[in-house]
Design a protein around this ligand. Structure first.
Ligand SMILES: Nc1ncnc2c1ncn2[C@@H]1O[C@H](COP(=O)(O)OP(=O)(O)OP(=O)(O)O)[C@@H](O)[C@H]1O
Ligand SMILES: [Mg+2]
Length: 650
């Protein structure tokens, strides 16, 4: 898989995953905040609903108050109730939408029922609300529950209206009975003042009780719905709903069932029942109501004894609020898809631009590997990639230069070796041819010199012949030495000892007059493996050359060291030096700057050949007018042995 594909896939995956996580987190968080807001609103709606509920109770109380303060009735009450008061109560009952309007005496015995004038004399003192008024002498209001019997006692019509058939509701408690016949009423009671017998204080001796049945009465819940939720609808359903529960049964509601009928007789879910009815706490959360999920708030309804008898509920249909959340999520996911697609296209082009130099580098390196050292990236771009390209180009430049240098040196070495070899062969032939007649000439010249009748002129001439012939013989010997294919007799040698012996030999030669030899030998120099005679010749040649290069007084420094490359011998002199242009010629055979008769020009050629035979190297550095340094490197004997030990295997 190419780097580009890997990069594109990697970046794509990162962008996709991060965007997706971001979208999910954002929509989750937005949804959460949004729901919290809605839930807070529902909680506040519950407060408003409670106010409306409480206002309904207060309204009853105010009506009763209005009746009670407008008149004071004389005793005996019973007679009065059948008279004008009875007429007033009947009018109020009819016009004010009351379900119960009863006048009792100070013991709670019914004096008059506006809703059922024929029924009186029974005792209502057990009714908690009545008890409260009788005890405190002050008005009271609240919610009460009446049994079927009590309702029948009030009026059979009331009992009939209170009757509700229970409906099986999902998630509610198991059904224990099929019908609820109890009635839940909002009620108020006020003390009714009577005109006492003259001379005594005014006291409450009667109570007026008014109540409205909540079962199947939708006045309060519809008022809550219209005032709080403005009857808003979503897909034909009311968004806001309100319910009054008797225990866990909906006795007054505008929550709709499956067939859009009011869900009267259905019941609250078990979890809400446990929290609100059983524990008397507020529920403000999502809840399953009849057949839909609602964002709800429930609070318990207490009777005057502070016992939980039911609950008041408001709720908003959840769907209208989940819908925007889904739209938000969809919007985010579309955003993610869009941004990922754009990113993909951008990443694709960006990586192409970014990795273009790498393609070029790869192409260039392949060409270099295949031997084309002229290949270059030639990219002038800023940044690290540019630096890399430039470095690679420089590297290739260096490799090319080295290669050319290597070729040049190798070519030179081959030329030098070839030259030496061919001259060697030539010299060997000529030397053999010349040597024999030369020996004859020299022998005969000596014989002639020994003759007795030689004139002084003859002797001088013969001397010239002998001297010049001897010189020619020396040259021929040199040539023979140079060309000699003599067996190479190797032995372990100490370079320090070898040079010391040579210095001993030449110490008194006339060439060394005025010359100081400065030795700097490494004491523990490892031995080398070589031919004693040949190496003697090498050092002798170099020391003599140095001495001959020093015109008057001077110094020859001879140093031996063990370096990384091998045993290194440096011979430096303070002589005339060599001109730069002559440096490359000094190893050529017959190259000499010495006057005729002084040098053969073979010394360094022979030296070069011998060092090569010892697997060593020789190099010369010189500055005209300052001096010359020859450096010889020969591998130590261990290294040579190892090499020769490996040789048969080759
Ligand atoms: N140490 C040196 N200082 C200056 N020039 C040198 C030195 N060594 C060699 N040369 C130069 O290199 C030339 C060649 O040296 P080489 O030893 O081959 O021949 P030669 O000394 O001239 O003759 P031969 O050694 O045969 O008597 C010399 O003539 C000289 O010009
Ligand atoms: Mg020489």
């Amino acid at each position: 898989m190419s780097i580009r594909l890997k990069l594109v896939i990697g970046l794509f995956a990162i962008i996709f995953i991060f965007n997706l996580i971001l979208a999910l987190l954002t929509s989750w968080y937005v949804g959460k905040v949004y729901f919290r807001e809605v839930q807070t609103r529902v909680r506040m709606d519950l407060n408003s609903a409670r106010d409306i509920y409480q206002n309904s109770i207060d309204r009853i109380r105010e009506i009763l108050h209005a009746i009670s303060i407008r008149r004071s009735i004389p005793v005996p009450l019973a007679r009065e109730a059948e008279g004008e008061l009875g007429t007033v109560l009947s009018t109020v009952y009819r016009d004010m939408g009351m379900d119960i309007l009863t006048l009792t005496d100070s013991k709670g015995l019914v004096l008059f029922r506006a809703h059922n004038p024929g029924s009186k004399g029974d005792d209502l003192s057990t009714l908690p609300i009545l008890q409260k008024v009788l005890k405190t002498g002050k008005s009271a209001g609240g919610t009460v529950v009446l049994s079927e019997k009590a309702l029948l006692n009030e009026s059979p019509e009331l009992a009939r209206r209170a009757r509700i058939e229970l409906v099986d509701t999902p998630r509610s408690r198991p059904l224990e009975q099929k019908v609820t016949d109890r009635g839940m009423l909002i009620a108020a009671a006020v003390p009714f003042r009577t005109l006492d017998i003259p001379g005594t204080n005014t006291s409450h001796s009667a109570v007026l009780l008014g109540a409205v049945l909540l079962n199947n009465n939708f006045g309060i819940v519809d008022k809550i719905k219209s005032e709080l939720f403005r009857d808003q609808q979503y897909q034909g359903k009311d968004i806001g709903t309100a319910t009054i529960f008797l225990d866990d049964v909906r006795i007054s509601t505008n929550v709709r069932g499956a067939e859009q009928q009011r869900a009267v007789g259905s019941r609250m879910s078990r979890e809400v029942y446990d929290r609100v009815i059983r524990d008397g706490a507020i529920w403000a959360r999502k809840a399953f109501v009849v057949s839909n999920w609602f964002i709800t708030a429930y609070e318990p309804i207490l009777n005057p004894d502070s016992r939980v008898i039911g609950a008041l509920y408001v709720g908003l249909l959840e769907k209208p609020f989940t819908q925007p959340q889904k739209v938000i999520l969809l919007f985010f996911l579309l955003g993610v898809a869009g941004s990922v697609c754009c990113s993909f296209v951008l990443v694709f082009f960006y990586t192409r631009k970014l990795l273009k130099p790498i393609d070029q580098i790869l192409c260039m390196s392949k060409r270099v590997i295949n031997g084309d050292l002229t290949a270059r990236c030639r990219l002038q771009i800023p940044g690290e990639m540019g630096t890399l390209c430039r470095s690679l180009d420089q590297m290739a430049d260096t490799i090319q230069q080295r290669e050319e240098e290597l070729k040049r040196v190798t070519r030179e070495q081959i030329t030098q070796s070839d030259k030496l070899a061919s001259i060697g062969r030539l010299s060997a032939g000529i030397a053999h041819e010349i040597n024999n007649p030369l020996t004859g000439v020299l022998t005969f010249a000596h014989l002639l010199q020994e003759k007795k009748n030689n004139s002084p002129q003859d002797l001088r001439d013969l001397g010239v012949i002998i001297r010049e012939t001897t010189r020619v013989r020396d040259i021929v010997r040199g040539l023979l030495d140079f060309a000699r294919q003599s067996p190479f007799e190797k032995q372990v040698l100490s370079v320090n000892d070898l040079i010391s012996q040579i210095l001993q030999l030449i110490r008194n030669q006339k060439e060394f007059k005025g010359i100081t030899v400065n030795r700097d030998f490494q004491a523990d120099l490892p031995p080398i493996h070589g031919d004693r005679n040949q190496l003697q010749q090498v050092f002798l040649n170099l020391i003599l050359n140095a001495a001959e290069a020093i015109p008057g007084r001077g110094t020859i420094f001879i140093q031996t060291r063990l370096e990384m490359e091998g045993v290194t011998i440096t011979i430096r002199d303070t002589g005339c030096g060599i001109k730069k242009r002559d440096l490359e010629k000094i190893f050529d055979p017959f190259y000499t700057t010495k006057p005729v008769g002084k040098g053969t020009g073979l010394g360094l050629s022979i030296t070069y050949g011998i060092i090569e035979q010892h697997q060593g190297t020789i190099r010369c550095e010189s500055t005209w007018g300052e001096g010359t340094t020859f450096t010889i490197v020969i591998p130590p004997s261990g290294a040579v042995r190892k090499e020769s030990a490996r040789e048969p295997a080759r």
